[in-house]
Ligand binder design. Structure first.
Ligand code: HEC
Ligand code: HEC
Ligand code: HEC
Ligand code: HEC
Ligand code: HEC
Length: 325
């Protein structure tokens, strides 16, 4: 799993990523259908009420009624819940979680070897119950069972502090779309942030723009890394010594790989500093090979770093190391 791979050197990381990608592919072809058949949650939820067209129509009307608060029969509630359970299954099948066999009971609990609903659902609690693993305030810890690094960073954030204090704040699932649990694209992302960060609500309304800048900057780092990587390959072919450029590139790559984790402390100035530092390393690799014209005359790139940048990188690397032991 990528989560554990970050601990290795970058060379190892790349190799392992390739191995994992290959494994994922095989897994998707062979393993997933077999193990899915052994999991009662998947088995049963897959088959839940495949609606006929007529039933669908009726159901839509009933749901509309429900949304407008028009009183409704028990039967209609059941239909709505059934459809919800089915669509959760469908979204899940499109997720990376499905690919990696992260199944329903990993987040919901219950007994996935029983095909009797009541037994299978033993311990499955509704999201409105405060001791449920999917109650919004417990979601970070539920996800953090596997996404440890993201959780640890998230704990440093104002978002997490607000969640703890029972105030309004996004939890992991606010930004990661149940049940696809994917990373948002740029426009979705800005919409999510501005649902709270706007002038009317007076919660740091400058956040959506600043966040987009931060992500753009991370893209810039990726581009500089690609340029540096290409330059190193070319220089190697020409028999040049690339040792020092390679070191700079590795530093840049390690920062790039940690950024999605570091992001979750929602400290945008720190995020920018760390990204800028990565860009400096990637450019230094290019300069080493005589590519980039902007070689500095004075003490070197280090002087360009702000103190907070250095401190946050130290914390980031130190944190990663601590977790490895
Ligand atoms: C035999 C069929 C069956 C099995 C097995 C099953 N479910 Fe369900 N599940 C349902 C149905 C039907 C519903 C719709 C609500 C209801 O009838 O309780 C549902 C609803 C749910 C809900 C929503 C509950 C709510 O109160 O809103 C969750 C969460 C859930 N199932 C999770 C699981 C998990 C996790 C497993 C495996 C450990 C599982 N289910 C196994 C049939 C099943
Ligand atoms: C990675 C964790 C995770 C996995 C895997 C997962 N769920 Fe969920 N599920 C959640 C979270 C978090 C919520 C609450 C989201 C919300 O409030 O909208 C939720 C909500 C639900 C609900 C609504 C119930 C309620 O109490 O509000 C149903 C039904 C459901 N999930 C079914 C499933 C089924 C079926 C699977 C497997 C195919 C599955 N889930 C897999 C995390 C997960
Ligand atoms: C049982 C372990 C487990 C749990 C619990 C879990 N995940 Fe995951 N998650 C994984 C694995 C494995 C992957 C795929 C490997 C990777 O991308 O690191 C993944 C991938 C992801 C991704 C990346 C998806 C992509 O398209 O790149 C997101 C986002 C994510 N999970 C969010 C969540 C959230 C939010 C929760 C809690 C509601 C959660 N996960 C709970 C194991 C888990
Ligand atoms: C306010 C929105 C928000 C919240 C809350 C949030 N995330 Fe994310 N998450 C993002 C964004 C945006 C990215 C992509 C960052 C990037 O590419 O640098 C991301 C990336 C990820 C990834 C992919 C990391 C990778 O290596 O590519 C995982 C896994 C993840 N988040 C898990 C979580 C978990 C677990 C929580 C809760 C503890 C959480 N997220 C809370 C917005 C959020
Ligand atoms: C559900 C509401 C909600 C959503 C959605 C949300 N936030 Fe927040 N955010 C808050 C709250 C509340 C605070 C705390 C503000 C405070 O106490 O100063 C906060 C604080 C922050 C801060 C710290 C601001 C500062 O001045 O210190 C950053 C950065 C941030 N959010 C980024 C984001 C990003 C990026 C997104 C979208 C991916 C996002 N938030 C989505 C509610 C939200």
């Amino acid at each position: 799993m990528r989560i554990n791979l970050r601990k290795e050197s970058d060379g190892m990381n790349i190799k392992k990523t390739i191995v994992v990608a290959g494994f994922m592919f095989l897994f998707a072809i062979f393993a997933a259908p077999v193990s899915a058949a052994d999991n009662s949650c998947l088995d049963c939820h897959e088959k839940l009420t495949a609606f006929s067209e007529k039933e669908k129509e009726l159901n839509d009307i009933r749901i509309e009624h429900l949304q407008r608060g028009v009183s409704c029969s028990l039967e209609c509630h059941a239909t709505k819940i059934d459809e919800m359970a089915k669509s959760n299954y469908q979204q899940w099948t499109n997720s990376k979680h499905a690919l990696f066999n992260v199944t329903c009971e990993n987040c919901h609990g219950g007994n996935s070897s029983s095909d009797v609903k009541e037994t299978a659902h033993a311990g499955v609690l509704n999201s409105s119950e405060s001791n449920s693993p999917i109650f919004y305030r417990n979601v970070p810890e539920t996800c953090g069972k596997c996404h440890i690094d993201e959780l640890n960073q998230f704990k440093d954030s104002k978002h997490y502090q607000n969640l703890r204090a029972l105030k309004q704040a996004p939890s992991c699932d606010t930004c990661h779309m149940p049940h696809e649990f994917r990373v948002l694209n740029a426009s979705e992302f800005q919409t999510v942030c501005s649902s709270c960060h706007n002038i009317d609500m007076k919660i740091a309304p400058d956040v959506p723009d600043k966040a987009m800048n931060a992500i753009d900057n991370a893209e810039k780092l990726k581009n500089e890394i690609r340029t540096a990587d290409a330059a190193i390959r070319q220089a190697k072919q020409q028999g040049k010594d690339v040792t020092s450029a390679q070191k700079e590139l590795e530093a840049a790559i390690s920062i790039r790989d940690n950024l999605p984790i570091f992001w979750h402390s929602f400290n945008l100035p720190n995020f920018q500093n760390v990204t800028d530092n990565g860009i400096i390393h990637a450019k230094a690799a290019q300069t080493d090979l005589g590519l980039s014209p902007i070689k500095p005359s004075t003490p070197g790139f280090g002087a360009l770093l702000s103190l907070t940048g250095i401190i946050s990188i130290y914390l980031l690397i130190n944190r990663t190391k601590r977790k490895d032991n």
